[in-house]
Design a protein around this ligand. Structure first.
Ligand code: ATR
Length: 274
């Protein structure tokens, strides 16, 4: 990579950013495409978030990805929101066009791209989402918009209700408590998406009995060690499993296209999502 006076800088804003796979993935893609871009991690403390966004303009960054915990907090500092950012209520990609900052969300469609790539079509399918945080909400929106029906399972029922109520236009989402015991309501589910921030292993047991959905696609939004318990459980149920690397790849590919105006070199980027 040759940095010179014309190099366009793209950043990753978040806290922490040190373990992110995105800088290596995007830089390899720029290199493969012969694009004069560089992608740099920018660890930003919460109090500095407004200044960091202003700096994107001041320093003429081409844009930035936004990661936890700022995907919602960054919104008030942007000039425009694309439909995707409005739909998801969160921004993971900012594009700077001559000083005007527009927020996009590529997470939801990146998730759907990864499902389709694995051969799973959401339309008409029954999907179960474990958890009710920001990730669960994004997955719920993406699945509903792509024709699936959803069941939310969460420890705190009120938080699942908040997610269900936030879906516009109001769509039907059933809610179940995350308690031990079998849940006949999930029988026949085609997809289980785990967004929980805790291990699926609970001492010597599993957190939940999902056996009525045996044969469904078990998708953990995380990757690496964090996803392994859920995928071991899927294997015990002789069900297919996926981790979050496919979503990482596809949200990154969509962001690449927004930053550069060119189709992303998926095979190059995929090397960093293994
Ligand atoms: P994200 O933004 O990635 O979605 P989050 O908002 O922290 O993450 O959400 C974490 C999810 O893990 C929540 O659904 C949370 O359940 P509550 O809504 O009841 O808090 C769930 N979670 C966290 N710790 C848990 C635990 N010990 N047992 C069961 N669920 C847990």
């Amino acid at each position: 990579m040759q940095i010179n006076g014309q190099t366009k800088v793209v950043g990753l804003i978040g806290d922490p950013v040190c373990h992110s796979l995105s800088p290596a993935m995007h830089n390899a893609a720029y290199q493969a495409m012969g694009l004069n871009y560089v992608y740099v991690p920018c660890q930003v403390a919460a109090a500095q978030l407004p200044a960091a966004v202003i700096a994107l303009r001041a320093l003429a960054f081409g844009g930035a990805n936004v990661t936890v915990p700022y995907k919602e907090a960054v919104i008030p500092y942007l000039d425009n929101l694309d439909w995707s950012a409005k739909r998801y209520g969160a921004v993971n990609t900012i594009v700077n066009r001559s000083g005007t900052l527009t927020g996009y969300n590529t997470d939801g469609e990146g998730f759907i791209d990864s499902l389709r790539e694995s051969g799973f079509t959401p339309d008409g399918k029954k999907a179960v989402i474990l958890g009710a945080g920001g990730s669960a909400r994004a997955i719920a929106v993406a699945l509903l918009d792509n024709g699936a029906e959803i069941i939310l399972i969460n420890r705190t029922r009120a938080k699942a209700q908040l997610v269900a109520d936030s879906l516009h236009p109001p769509k039907k989402a059933s809610i179940l408590a995350l308690t031990p015991g079998t849940k006949p309501e999930i029988s026949g589910a085609h997809l289980i998406v785990n967004t929980l921030s805790v291990s699926f292993r609970h001492g010597n047991n599993w957190l939940l009995d999902l056996s009525p959905a045996q044969g469904a696609l078990f998708y953990d939004l995380r990757y690496g060690k964090m996803s392994s318990d859920f995928l071991v459980y899927a294997a015990e149920l002789k069900s297919p499993g996926l981790n979050g690397l496919g979503m990482l790849l596809h949200q990154g590919a969509r962001a690449f296209q927004l930053f550069t105006g060119q189709a992303a070199p998926l095979q190059i980027m995929r090397e960093f999502c293994k």
